[in-house]
Design a protein around this ligand. Structure first.
Ligand code: ADP
Ligand code: ADP
Length: 228
């Protein structure tokens, strides 16, 4: 599903964020990206949906080299990758329903499909009863569920999440992580950057560890850190 070969990212100004990263993520996998602040996790995620381009190296998504996409091919990539952030990034003036519908409107889905699909994804994240609420009326966990519904509404192949539980309390974080696991079990590939040591340890998923931009560990059923 995702392949990186010799990917290096140097930001303008000279900051080296990623050094010679090669990795493969197969369809249906659930992968955590861990490492201390500044290790390069967010940069890796930005490269996946082409918010940033690598300085060197190649990135393939579903067999297509996304470092060489033409501008008009980028919306196609973004439809196949759903994205969730730590700070939810919902539109504050729109209701829950409208926030999710908007993600389908921007890819010009027919109204008929939108009216069918939005209630379905709201149900899936357990928020059907909040369709008419505004984000400010929701708890943090509920806002992240809306963000997840929005990321899933166009039925992406991959869901990418950058610190999805970073703003949530431990119980709510666990709920969101269980929801991500459920989404993965229904077939979506998951790539999750996370600082949540205990959650990562309890999930027993593949763990890729970055340190100062280098890939230092890649383990099946791994833990947050092998250091004690
Ligand atoms: P993490 O997500 O693991 O905290 P980041 O990918 O955000 O790491 O950052 C990796 C390195 O790249 C850090 O040294 C950071 O300061 C730097 N960096 C991140 N974004 C930018 C940017 N837009 N411009 C310059 N340097 C950046
Ligand atoms: P949490 O403890 O997870 O932060 P909250 O106490 O913020 O949860 O919210 C508990 C419930 O009350 C949630 O269902 C949320 O949607 C609802 N709620 C919170 N704030 C408001 C508000 N300003 N208006 C309407 N409902 C609200």
């Amino acid at each position: 599903m995702i392949e990186m070969y010799g990917v290096t990212k140097i930001y303008p100004g000279g900051q080296v964020a990623l050094k010679d990263i090669s990795l493969k993520i197969l369809k249906g996998e659930f992968v955590f990206i861990v490492g201390p602040s500044g290790a390069g996790k967010s940069t890796l995620i930005k490269l996946l949906f082409r918010e940033e381009l690598p300085t060197r190296g190649q990135i393939f998504f579903a067999g297509k080299n996304i470092t060489r996409l033409r501008p008009k091919e980028i919306p196609y990539l973004r439809r196949r990758i759903g994205i969730v952030f730590q700070d939810f990034r919902l539109l504050p003036e729109k209701t829950v329903y409208e926030n999710i519908a908007f993600a389908m409107e921007v890819v010009e889905a027919p109204g008929r499909d939108i009216r069918k699909r939005v209630p379905y994804v709201l149900e899936r994240v357990g928020l059907a009863h909040k369709a008419k609420a505004k984000p400010s009326e929701l708890s943090g966990g509920e806002q992240q569920r809306v963000a997840l519904a929005r990321a899933l509404v166009n039925n992406p192949d991959v869901l990418v999440a950058d610190e999805p539980t970073g703003n949530l309390d431990p119980d709510t974080s666990r709920d969101i992580m269980n929801l991500l696991d459920d989404i993965n079990k229904r077939g979506t590939t998951l790539v999750v950057a996370s600082h949540a040591r205990e959650l990562v340890d309890s999930m027993k998923k593949r763990v890729i560890q970055l340190e100062k931009g280098s890939l230092v560990r890649d383990e099946e059923r791994g833990v947050y850190s092998n250091e004690t």
